[in-house]
Design a protein around this ligand. Structure first.
Ligand code: NAD
Length: 281
């Protein structure tokens, strides 16, 4: 059966890959974006604000499931109030309107940065590795806080509307040529620069596949799931990197070779997801 999926933030890096994957599967997509770039592979493009209920209602017409990606994806380019306010209001509005419209399946993009490390103004270390969905949060920046609130909004909306919602904690996402290869080269030269992101990455097409797989998780209920490639983008063994950049961190499971210090067991169990596109390091 063809599914009709609303994709918010559809012109963005991950949104475009989601539209392409849905088209390849024979699913229909409705795109919601601030500006229509004119080349989105979607049956319908709705332009406007994901935080505007009327716009979202129009976009939801005939839709079975939602992939919500629209967000300011960094705290570094806009005032803190806008990053927090825009992201959290968009997520609330999209899930609330979806619930009211009878949609029962949604995926939203959270971030591995929700734990607070990547954008903190000082050096922070995780309580333990491999980090998992329960690792203690140390957020000090508006982007991390917006993603934590988004995850709580997902739990609330799952109860309020009986929805099944998966919030994916995504790592650094990119295409190989677009930015992954360059970032991997920079990380090889200076592994400390990506230590707070656990040297993790996900190729854009894998991120899109995780989003689509998330729509298949049976509800109702809300789940937070970490997804990334199983190896780091760094050249050095993970144990050496941890000793140098997160000294003294509690190591709860063996991390042989370049194993990413992120627990991917929930992604495998719940989504049946493992990354296909791997960096040649
Ligand atoms: N790319 C990454 O490395 C990464 C990592 C972790 C999490 N994420 C999350 O994944 C999602 C998608 O990331 P991306 O890299 O594709 O981002 P992107 O910046 O490439 O695309 C985001 C798109 O959303 C649109 N948008 C933003 N706010 C909107 C709003 N309120 N209403 C309508 N449209 C809006 C923008 O116009 C943009 O086209 C975001 O939620 C981001 O926080 C991304």
């Amino acid at each position: 059966m063809t599914t009709r999926v609303l994709v918010t933030g559809a012109a963005g890096r991950i949104g475009r890959a989601v539209l392409e994957l849905l088209a390849a599967r024979g699913d229909e997509a409705v795109a919601l974006e601030r500006h229509d770039p004119g080349d989105l592979p979607a049956a319908r493009v709705v332009t406007g604000e994901a935080a505007d209920p009327a716009t979202v209602r129009a976009a939801l017409d005939g839709v079975d499931a939602v992939i919500h990606l629209a967000a300011i994806a960094t705290p570094e380019r806009l005032p803190a109030e806008q990053v927090f306010g825009q992201n959290t209001l968009a997520t609330f509005t999209v899930l609330e309107q979806a619930g009211l419209a009878g949609v029962r399946r949604a995926c939203l993009a959270s971030s591995m940065a929700a734990d607070g490390l990547p954008f903190a103004g000082r050096e922070l270390h995780p309580a333990y590795v491999p980090v998992d969905e329960a690792v203690p949060v140390q957020a000090e920046d508006p982007y991390a806080l917006s993603k934590l609130v988004d995850e709580e909004t997902a739990r609330t909306m799952a109860r309020r509307h009986g929805m099944g919602i998966v919030a994916l904690r995504l790592p650094y996402v990119g295409g190989f040529e677009e930015r992954l290869n360059d970032f991997a080269a920079a990380t090889a030269a200076d592994p400390g620069a990506h230590a707070r992101g656990y040297w993790a990455y996900l190729e854009t097409r894998d991120a899109a596949r995780a989003c689509v797989l998330a729509l298949g998780v049976p509800g109702p209920g809300a789940e937070v799931v970490c997804v990334c490639a199983p190896e780091t983008m760094a050249g050095q063994p993970t144990a050496e990197l941890l000793e140098r950049y997160h000294p003294g961190v509690e190591i709860r499971a063996p991390l042989p070779g370049r194993t990413v210090p992120v627990d991917l067991s929930k992604a495998e169990r719940l989504l049946g997801f493992s990354a296909e596109y791997r960096l040649q390091v």
